[in-house]
Design a protein. Structure first.
Length: 558
């Protein structure tokens, strides 16, 4: 690794320095999601950073479920998180843990703070606590319950644990400094009463630790050295350090140190978990794995390769200041990956019937078509050809302009891998819509090359009527049509054309048994994958992403 690469990444530089100076002997990071929803692409950046740094410096990365709020957490989300991390290409090995495994430790630590005179039970309501806290320019006021005796606080905290008080009636607060310029340090609450069963501990607990308290204690228990988190926790860093220092806990590899980086903000995208939950609960989307969602599950279902997500996270880098990344950069990374690795196939989205009049009725031919024109190692696949084929409706115009290089009356076009055909007539229905073309083919142009040297500028794809299969195709656009949809009401920013279903498309036979997760380029149309509900009897394909500058052609937008 070059010095230039190291200096370009401030967290990498910090870790390298910490190892060189002996501050830490090894590197241990952690990815600590709350299991109250599915992970999204913002989490992917943190996953890549934390697991990436651990891998680079031959350390460990802990996958820890910070499950301290029983109201919203569920085993469903735990399993989804594990699946997403694995799918992105990372392995926590034996380093899976849960904050809920440490509930006894958290409670004992809180009791020790009380015994040291550094924590007290407070009866102020939420609104009163906010009033007593003060402002950025005015110091706060001490709670009237701040001077309770150690014995009284221990007794009250024990009764809180047993559920003898109502929710919201009492909290346990740290005794720090109500005049601190950092509002976070003005006697923060570390325990609240919640008479809600936990998905892992059941009804054992009636009090639960606050996130700030549990996070740092979990880090030191896990052996974390570098607690890498996003910028919204920057003001909480003094509290993180205070709790670890005042707890008196010792760590063999040294106490963890918190470092903040800029979170991922993506244009035309909502990454607020609260708003993503709103989209799911209001049924604006089909669920957490709706292909329009920025969740990792949604991206997996849509067919986005994990490699492109990792490459995107590498490209945007690690910064100290928040910014908004253009969604086009992410789309560029997806296209780059698919262009190299997606096999090519024929799919006619809007079929127009073509009868080749001088082709024998019962004749069939097989053409060897490249799976990838830029990579012969991917081999070929056989595609059948017959007298009647389908082409895209847009590949024919009754009165084509001069630079239209596809079919029109008397015009020729090359059928990819097959023959050159010429339109000699066309048929309309009672509404004046063209429903069928009559063409002839040049028998000497097998492979699509003119034997007499004439130039054929247009090449189009096709599917044999006799051999092709029906399929439904879901065309996805961005869910929101405003650059910053998180500012207002979600419904106001929704794109009404975010999903368009095209029925009765025609696909080549090799796609019959396409499996969800297999990715293809439907030539001239875009990149697609079989949907999770697709099977050989009901073939459904999702648009992953369009080809460059091709959106109008596919969606019909003008």
């Amino acid at each position: 690794m070059s010095d230039k690469e190291i200096s370009s990444h401030f967290i990498r530089t910090k870790i390298k320095k910490d190892l060189e100076t002996g501050k830490y002997k090894t590197v241990e990071t952690r990815f600590p999601p709350e299991p109250n929803g599915f992970l999204h692409i913002g989490h992917a950046k943190s996953i890549c950073l934390n697991f990436g740094m651990a891998d680079e410096f031959k350390g460990k990365c802990h996958l820890r479920m910070d499950d301290t709020n029983p109201v919203k957490e569920d085993l469903l989300f735990v399993e989804a998180i594990k699946k997403d991390v694995k799918w992105l290409g990372f392995d926590w090995k034996e380093n899976l843990s849960f904050a809920s495994d440490l509930y006894d430790f958290f409670y004992e630590t809180a009791v020790n703070f009380i015994k040291k005179g550094k924590a007290y039970v407070c009866d102020l309501s939420f609104d009163q606590m906010r009033e007593y806290r003060g402002t950025l320019t005015e110091p706060g006021k001490n709670s009237p319950y701040r001077d309770r005796t150690v014995e009284e606080n221990l007794d009250l905290f024990e009764k809180m644990k047993k559920g003898e008080f109502e929710e919201g009636s009492k909290v346990l607060r740290l005794k720090i400094d109500m005049a601190s310029p950092n509002l976070v340090m003005r006697d923060p609450a570390i325990y609240r009463i919640m008479k809600v069963p936990h998905y892992r501990t059941g009804d054992k607990w009636k009090v639960y630790p606050m996130y700030d308290f549990a996070q740092c204690l979990s880090d030191v228990k896990n052996g974390v050295t570098h607690s890498i988190c996003t910028l919204e926790f920057e003001n909480n860093r003094p509290l993180y350090d205070w709790i670890l220092k005042e707890s008196g806990i010792e760590a063999a590899n040294g106490l963890p140190e918190q470092t903040e980086f800029a979170r991922l903000n993506l244009s035309y995208t909502v990454l607020s978990k609260r708003k993503l939950i709103e989209l799911v609960n209001k049924k604006i989307v089909e669920g957490w794995d709706d292909p329009r969602m920025p969740t990792i599950a949604g991206m997996r279902r849509r067919g986005i390769p994990p490699e492109s997500i990792r490459n995107f996270c590498e490209k945007i880098g690690v910064a100290k200041k928040d910014s908004v990344v253009d969604a086009a950069l992410f789309e560029h990374c997806v296209r780059d990956e698919l262009n190299v690795n997606a096999k090519r196939r024929f799919c006619v989205l809007n079929p127009l019937k073509v009868v080749i009049e001088n082709y024998e009725d019962d004749k069939e031919e097989i053409f060897d078509c490249l799976n990838h024109p830029g990579d012969e190692s991917m081999g070929t696949r056989p595609v059948a050809f017959s007298k009647v084929i389908y082409i895209e409706k847009e590949d024919f115009l009754e009165d084509p302009p001069k630079k239209f290089f596809r079919l029109g009356p008397g015009r020729e076009v090359r059928l990819r891998y097959a023959y050159i055909i010429k339109c000699v007539d066309y048929i309309k229905d009672e509404n004046g819509e063209v429903t069928e073309l009559r063409c002839t083919y040049d028998p000497l142009s097998r492979g699509g090359n003119a034997h007499d040297g004439r130039k054929i500028k247009g090449t189009i794809h096709w599917v044999s009527e006799k051999h092709g299969l029906d399929a439904n195709v879901k065309i996805y656009d961005r869910l929101f049509n405003t650059e910053n949809p998180g500012k207002g009401e979600l419904e106001e920013s929704l794109n009404p054309d975010s999903l368009k279903i095209i029925q009765n498309c025609k696909i080549e036979p090799s796609l019959k048994d396409a499996k969800p997760g297999e990715r293809f380029q439907f030539e001239r149309n875009g990149y697609f994958t079989a949907d999770k509900d697709s099977d050989s009897d009901n073939r459904v394909f999702n648009l992953i992403i369009t080809l460059r500058d091709q959106w109008e052609k596919i969606s019909g937008k003008k």
